[in-house]
Design a protein. Structure first.
Length: 93
């Protein structure tokens, strides 16, 4: 029984780590963006918010590469975490 409980606990922990948090880049704060996206720190997250404020909301996920500090690799690594408004993760990509 102890092994079963340990196995269940380990499985639940692994699932929670694998469940990627999503973030709406058109409405999220810099802190929320930095927390949700891999390889994106607070400085780059602030640049995403500034870009959004200066240029309007993102209409396509690929527009993120226009933000200094976001390259194709970072974008590809995070596609499933990024939302645009009501669309699901990776939508409009």
């Amino acid at each position: 029984m102890k092994k079963l409980i340990t196995l269940l606990f380990t499985s639940m922990l692994a699932f929670s780590v694998l469940a990627a948090e999503t973030v709406n880049i058109n409405t999220a704060s810099a802190a929320e963006i930095a927390e949700a996206l891999q390889g994106v720190g607070m400085g780059t997250a602030e640049k995403i918010v500034a870009y959004r404020e200066e240029n309007g909301t993102f209409s396509h996920i690929d527009e993120l590469v226009n933000v200094k500090g976001i390259g194709v690799k970072t974008l590809d690594k995070n596609r499933d975490r990024i939302m645009l408004d009501g669309a699901g993760p990776g939508a409009a990509n």
